[in-house]
Design a binder for this molecule. Structure first.
Ligand SMILES: [Zn+2]
Length: 254
């Protein structure tokens, strides 16, 4: 394996993981600041109390700010699969992009390649199942929209990083058409089984987070027929991956 090139820089913003330590989740972010320098500055500023394990610049340079054994402060108030202290169990990667506030733009090739390498390196060292590789907006849909609809989840999945089942060809014909009450309830059940924590007041933002990730052409938060079908597809992929992870775990202990 090629040694991953990273540059170390110290961030004081980290803490101990609870014992016994478990790292089984990967959270991807965008920095959402005007420049990479400003983002690095903030992630290392003791007053800001925020950090991430890694920062990936647009030119592909990877910064290492917090050791993986330590808890970094990147997730904030969040929830996934019913669990809310996700900093305790995750690694966080900040991907430099001005974000929706300062001029959201495509992630350049050099940056995507670096993200890919970094993720693969992490996955070679930690047992992180594909359904626990998420975007910040997946775990905090009411507050966050990063890494956003331009992030290439599909490309990562093709390299074995996270889930992105190929949509059926019929899907796009159903965009915009509403669904009935029963289908809507089924859609919300699927959303929860994928891992999203959905409350009565957060349905639309959670659906929008799902769409940014799995149907990025339209992220209006409305459950149209296409979204309904896509939810079912992703839920099935997640359940298959869970079954597989469970079987692998049993093999290890037998
Ligand atoms: Zn974030």
């Amino acid at each position: 394996m090629i040694q991953l090139q990273t540059i170390g820089r110290f961030s004081p913003n980290h803490g101990a993981r609870p014992e016994p330590a478990r790292i089984d989740m990967l959270v991807l972010h965008y920095t959402g600041m005007k420049t990479a320098a400003a983002a690095l500055e903030r992630l290392c500023d003791p007053r800001a109390r925020v950090s991430a394990h890694y920062v990936v610049e647009e030119n592909g340079v990877i910064w290492r700010l917090v050791p993986e054994s330590r808890r970094a402060f990147h997730a904030g108030v969040c929830c996934w699969e019913g669990e809310s202290d996700l900093n305790a169990v995750s690694l966080g990667i900040e991907i430099v992009n001005p974000g929706h506030e300062w001029g959201y733009r495509a992630f350049p090739e050099a940056q995507m390649t670096a993200v890919e390498r970094l993720c693969r390196d992490i996955l070679s060292r930690h047992r992180i199942p594909p359904y626990r590789i998420v975007g910040h907006s997946d775990i905090a849909p009411d507050r966050k929209s990063d890494p956003g609809e331009l992030f290439e989840w599909r490309r990562l999945a093709e390299k074995g990083i996270g889930l992105w089942p190929s949509p059926a060809a019929e899907l796009t014909r159903r965009r915009g058409r509403g669904v009935g009450v029963v289908e809507r309830a089924a859609a919300l059940a699927d959303l929860a089984r994928i891992g999203y924590c959905v409350g009565a007041a957060t349905v639309q933002v959670a659906v929008a987070a799902f769409q940014r990730r799995f149907r990025p052409e339209r992220w209006d938060g409305l459950i149209d027929s296409e979204t309904r079908v896509r939810l079912k597809q992703v839920r099935e992929a997640v359940e298959a991956a869970r079954t597989e992870a469970e079987a692998a775990r049993r093999r290890r202990y037998n």
